[in-house]
Write a protein that binds this ligand. Structure first.
Ligand code: NAP
Length: 264
């Protein structure tokens, strides 16, 4: 699914968290579309080396490393046309079980880092007079997934940041949108299911709640990112695009779901 009809050959694209999962799929599709990609993550993506792909080792929990990432990017590439804020971490806890340390860790990566990346990217894009930002939100930021309290909240924050940037910087030629994936087959969702008493049943249960009866593939999330970043989406800004197999469109009330053991 890496073939693409888009032409990003004139574009410089920064993707955070491109070492695996959704970020790796996004990076590979932009590279297939001819983009020059700057990939930021702590570990080196295993699909490298590839022409036009430049990995800058970055721990996004460290503000100094984010500033250094953008300094290097500006020196080497002279600017950035597309920013994909993809890196993120998940925490399976309710609010009452969440510690201050949990909050610090998750908020640094899921909120402070994308905020800092957006700030630097907007400053650069304003000078250029154009640019596109795609933030990876989540359906969990729209309707809360169970026991992912501050993760859900961080994604709702990402959606708010998206709308704020679109509102303030449309006049500078900058578009900003969010892609909100449903459960997608990556390390992140695998880790969540593996922590359940019956991982296979948990995965099957979540799949069944999607009208399309399955989870998303990372490449399907990537396709939405490419479209929103492309000139084909030239008048789309401030939007939250759920890529969820129809899940958030459908009612939670489903007479077909197995309710044995549930008190009625
Ligand atoms: P993943 O497989 O766990 O990959 C996470 C990526 O983020 C990795 O490339 C990782 O790179 C990077 N990352 C994490 N901490 C980092 C740090 N401190 N500094 C730099 N990079 C860091 O996750 P995924 O499923 O692909 O998720 C990608 C995005 O989609 C996240 O924002 C997630 O919240 C969102 N999302 C995922 C799902 C899902 O079901 N999978 C659903 C909705 C939304 P390194 O470890 O190499 O640093």
């Amino acid at each position: 699914m890496n073939q693409t009809t888009y032409d990003f050959s004139a574009k410089r694209v920064l993707i955070t968290g491109a070492s695996q999962g959704i970020g790796a799929a996004i990076a590979q599709q932009f590279l297939a579309a001819g983009a020059r990609c700057i990939l930021a993550s702590r570990s080196k993506p295993d699909y490298l080396p590839l022409e036009n792909a430049h990995w800058i080792a970055t721990d996004l929990a460290d503000p100094a490393q984010i500033e250094s990432l953008f300094d290097q990017l500006e020196t080497a590439f002279g600017g950035v046309d597309v920013l994909i804020n993809n890196a993120g971490v998940q925490l399976a806890k309710t609010v009452d079980a969440t510690t201050d340390e949990d909050w610090q860790w998750l908020s640094n990566i899921n909120m402070r880092a994308p905020f800092m990346c957006c700030r630097r990217a907007v400053q650069i894009m304003k000078k250029q007079g154009n640019g596109a930002i795609v933030n990876i939100g989540s359906i969990g930021g729209i309707t809360a997934d169970h026991e992912l309290a501050i993760y859900n909240a961080s994604k709702a924050w990402m959606h708010g940041l998206t709308k704020a940037i679109a509102t303030d910087h449309g006049k500078h030629g900058i578009r900003c949108n969010a892609v909100c994936p449903t459960w997608t087959l990556t390390e992140m969702s695998t880790e969540f299911f593996d922590a359940e008493p019956d991982p296979a049943a948990a995965r099957q249960g979540v799949s069944r709640r999607h009208p399309l009866q399955r989870l998303a593939q990372p490449q399907e999330i990537a396709q939405a990112c490419l479209w929103l970043a492309s000139d084909q989406a030239s008048f789309i800004s401030g939007q939250l695009l759920s890529v969820d197999g129809g899940m958030t469109a459908s009612s939670a009330v489903d007479p077909v779901i197995d309710i044995s053991g549930v008190q009625t």
